[in-house]
Design a protein around this ligand. Sequence first.
Ligand code: BES
Ligand code: ZN
Length: 624
Amino acid sequence: MIMNKYIYTALLSFILLSACKNATTSTTVVATATDTVEKDMHTLSNADSITLKHLDMDIKVDFDQKKISGKATWTIDNNNKLNNLKLDTYDLTVDSVFVNGKKVNAILDSPIKYMGSALNIPVEVGSTEVTIFYKTGKNATALQWLDPQQTHAKKYPFLYTQSESVYARSWLPCADGPGIRYTYTARVSVPKGALALMSAENPKQVNDSGIYHFKMDLPIPAYLMALAVGHIDFKAIDNRTGVYAEPGMIDKARYEFDGVGKMVNAAEKLYGPYRWGRYDMLVLPPGFPIGGMENPRLTFCTPTIIAGDRSLVSLIAHELAHSWSGNLVTNATWNDFWLNEGFTDYFERRIMESIEGKDYADMLWELGYQDLVTNVNELGKDNKDTWLKINLDGRDADDGFSDIPYEKGSHFLKLIEINVGREKFDAFLKKYFDEHAFKTINTENFLSYLNANLIKGDSTLAKKLDISAWVYGPGIPANCPRAGNVRFAKVDAQNGKFLKGTPPAQLDTTGWSSNEWQQFLRKMPDSITREQMKQLDGTFHFTQIGNSEIADLWFVMAIRAGYEPAYTAMEQFLGSVGRRKFIEPLYAAMMKTPNGKEMAKRLYAKYRMNYHPLAQASLDKEIK
Ligand code: BES
Ligand code: ZN
């Protein structure tokens, strides 16, 4: 049957929208064929009706009391003539509120689970400026206050924020939804000798006053608000990229990230200009709970990617890619999180391919595919959280965090690329970023855009892609692409040899990158013996390895096999590193045996204070 383009579009929209209604039964979905508006259930603000244009902050960072205090002034446009502005807060104390200079009686609602407390501010038709005097609380989820002991130099305290997904509200009163954007300026007062940095135009060195001024004149959502304060140095990479770190880390960091300038160029070549001015990185102390965070102009990252041989910099490619997917074109709600992370994983691998070649990128794709399989098995094949579009109504916004948005998302894009050809797909993506720059998009609008600009009524193509199986269906669709892998084939051969008794020293591991080593360890069976572990360690010295990805895999194997010679190094790792991706599997592996359980409890009691509040919260539930 030859389908008329319009009938086809209507049909596709119908299929997509019925699937979408299914996906979000309890969500308000107002849909037309081309436009779908879905309420963000993770903000209590009404910034969809009152426009927040600009934020000006004047805050003081107090390390003694572990508190941020000051004022936040919002420039608003009350175009719908409402009489109440609602903002998100979490554990904030609101001291006073002024509207156009006049003190008003604002009311803080009681807290709602996962959401915090709405701050209700009476406004009038002509209200343009709302100032809130406030301070942060003890349970500020975005803030990690480090004692000197928890830093590299162990001399000065350190503070950093992590606002994604819904934690900005714990350090400033705001409209905390990814669909709401605004520009900001800030004046931040910190102890003398400390440097303050934000997701904005940044200073390069400490000044005498302890007062720093910031400006972000491109509109961003609240989850990209970021602040770090500590004893920090800067080194340039080229004229638009550079790195910040504690003085004792700065040279290592500068060395590791030497290629980042080239990454920015590679990214621009793929999908258009980098629009944020500078691209700098800040290496945080080891307690940082995640690998990296794409704060605009200043990626925050874990020191665990500083391996000494530049082998883990694909993480920077990922955070850089967010400067397009995420920061420029932003997921409308956390239900659409795959639009941020799936696109970014795809883009990351394209950057790595252009720098390191196809064989290299294929390894990243394969490791990602394996993560996807593992994660689907963990979640269960029929779990609706394995759909790309998920439903987080009434749930923690972070419940959507898994390998699904990343790996199922990126593989979906890879599938489209394979089917339409790279040239067409790249042109499509570039146009997508251009046309949606500084805007928000949800899954349904993306699918209409995909249909209008790429599928264009080609029913054979649509059938091949089977979009609804990916977006509104569970597990790994049958047409999921998986590339052959030249380099991993060699690794698997060596792995097989070892398991059949070849001594490790006789294995051919020449030229292996960190990826090959990961594959080598991942493919070791759970039944590996202590004796085999000892042999491997004797030749490859995994227990002492400086590469955190390999070390983490090795330590998990050591726990399983009861290989005690690795325990001291593992304990050291758990005592300094706070990256959840590493520490959670280690504790989980320990919790599986009676002896391990004792060890987990002992180590966790000792090191809990080094971990981020959110890591503590999830580990508290697991370790008991
Ligand atoms: N934006 C994420 C980090 C994030 C996601 C924070 C959800 C809070 C909630 C960041 O870009 C990311 O994906 N980081 C990964 C690294 C990456 C190479 C997959 C990480 O931290 O492991
Ligand atoms: Zn990401």
